[in-house]
Design a protein around this ligand. Structure first.
Ligand code: GLC
Length: 443
């Protein structure tokens, strides 16, 4: 059994740590301008101008079953969809706003279709819900708000009342957690309790232009969520520690720990294919298939989950580049998922040889050596002699021969290997797998 114990939290994270791999989906009006999901504030777009996207929101090629199929084929086990992003537009039929997908030419409750399709495909269901809202009339004009540089911004801010908005959020979260059956993850985004230097903070701004748990009334919001969906997993971004630590667009170099107690925590890295979250037509920084696969391996090798994002096009489908990226995962996972599901960081006694990453099954029986840099013919691994029952490639279960205990034959001659070393003999030509994996069955 794995010796790693993670900090206890209110939600049920056991399935989550087993499943390891999920799909993030950022979809909203920003898919139409197709140049970043923050476009409304990045370009200071007026309500009136932004409305053209609302009037033309019609993802005619949207098919939730198709999204679910691609997620599943990529090897993903759960998904998190933006029910509302910072722009304030809701993909569900909320009775508390008119700013929703059912009032666009599309006319449908997209969240409902997502839930039905993903659940039918056997995937767990997550809702992203933006705490920030650049459309709601009670949301104060703060350092991130699209209206912050308007000449009459201070005037516009008058009468905006966070308490009204906080109640709106509770109402919507109640809808989301009542009307769609069992929800597994609630992903709030995000808090900014303090302002940094050079930010757009003005003296008239409420709360110094910032927002955190007091303004969101996070305690009430979370209590409500827990009451409606016991066991649900909630992230930490409402400025109150919950179940999930969520490093964004970084590859941690060690298992994340609790800042006070030092305990290991449950973490999930969220990453993008190309940099932005919403569909960004002209972004050319798409990660290679190999990089994508290695990001998943790196994450699990440090005890974490990966939530990989797709930004569907305005017509509601995943564009070719996204499809190819997902297919790369699918191809690799088809043969190698045993080193991901139910796996975690390898026990400390195992040290990864240069160019490799290790994972180990929770039951301790399999050690997986991921050959991210394919070695020439031999791979030496210290501290492993005497512990192996059998070794094979994971993708085809072909046997891998090895010698143990500092061999003295021609291949390792002169290298003075220590007695604890195992030398695996690998084919000279790398198998046609982005990152091949050695599956070591341990005694
Ligand atoms: C950030 C961004 C946002 C994105 C999120 C995903 O907080 O504001 O656009 O949804 O990260 O983690």
């Amino acid at each position: 059994m794995s010796s790693y114990v993670t900090r206890k939290t209110p939600g049920n994270t056991e399935w989550f740590r087993h499943d390891r791999f999920g799909m993030f989906i950022h979809f909203g009006l920003y898919a139409l301008p197709a140049r970043h999901e923050w476009i409304k504030t990045n370009e200071f777009i007026s309500e009136e101008k932004y409305n053209v996207y609302f009037e033309n929101f019609h993802p005619d090629l949207f098919d939730a079953n198709e999204w679910a199929r691609q997620a599943k084929e990529a090897g993903m086990k759960y998904a998190v969809l933006t029910t509302k992003h910072h722009e304030g537009f809701c993909l569900f039929d909320s009775q508390y706003t008119d700013y929703k997908s059912t009032n666009t030419p599309f006319g449908r409750d997209l969240v409902r279709e997502y839930v039905d399709a993903f659940r039918a495909a056997g995937l767990k269901i997550g809702f992203y819900y933006s705490l920030i809202d650049w459309h709601h009339p009670s949301f104060p004009i703060d350092k991130l708000h699209p209206r912050r540089r308007d000449a009459n911004a201070a005037e516009l801010d008058k009468g905006r009342d966070m308490r009204v908005y906080a109640e709106y959020m509770r109402n919507q979260v109640r809808e989301l957690l009542t009307n769609y059956g069992k929800i597994d993850i609630l992903w709030f985004d995000f808090s900014y309790p303090t302002a940094g230097a050079n930010e757009d903070v003005q003296p008239w701004m409420q709360y110094g232009g910032c927002k955190g748990k007091e303004q969101w009334e996070s305690e009430k919001l979370i209590a409500l969520a827990r009451e409606l969906q016991p066991g649900i997993i909630i992230d930490n971004r409402a400025d109150i520690e919950q179940d999930l630590w969520t490093p964004e667009q970084v590859q941690p170099t060690r298992w994340l720990t609790h800042e006070k107690t030092g305990e290991l925590v449950t973490w999930e890295a969220c990453q993008t294919f190309s940099g932005s979250w919403g569909y960004y037509r002209d972004e050319m920084t798409w990660k290679s298939p190999k990089m994508l696969v290695d990001m998943l391996i790196n994450t699990v090798s440090l005890g974490g989950n990966l939530l990989m994002n797709v930004g569907p096009t305005a017509r509601g489908y995943f564009d070719k580049r996204a499809q190819n990226a997902l297919a790369a995962y699918g191809e690799w996972m088809k043969y190698n998922s045993d080193s991901i599901y139910g796996c975690t960081m390898a026990e400390p006694e195992f040290r990864a040889p240069v160019g490799t990453r290790l994972t180990q099954s929770e039951d301790g029986k399999h050690l997986y050596i991921h050959l991210q840099v394919y070695p020439f013919a031999f791979l030496e691994m210290p501290n492993l002699a005497g512990k192996i029952k059998y070794a094979r490639f994971l993708h085809d279960h072909s046997e891998i021969l090895y010698t143990e205990g500092g061999t003295d034959n021609w291949c390792t001659e002169g290298q003075n290997l220590t007695k604890d070393v195992v030398v695996f003999r690998l084919p000279h030509v790398k198998p046609d797998i982005l990152t091949p994996v050695i599956d070591v069955l341990l005694k």
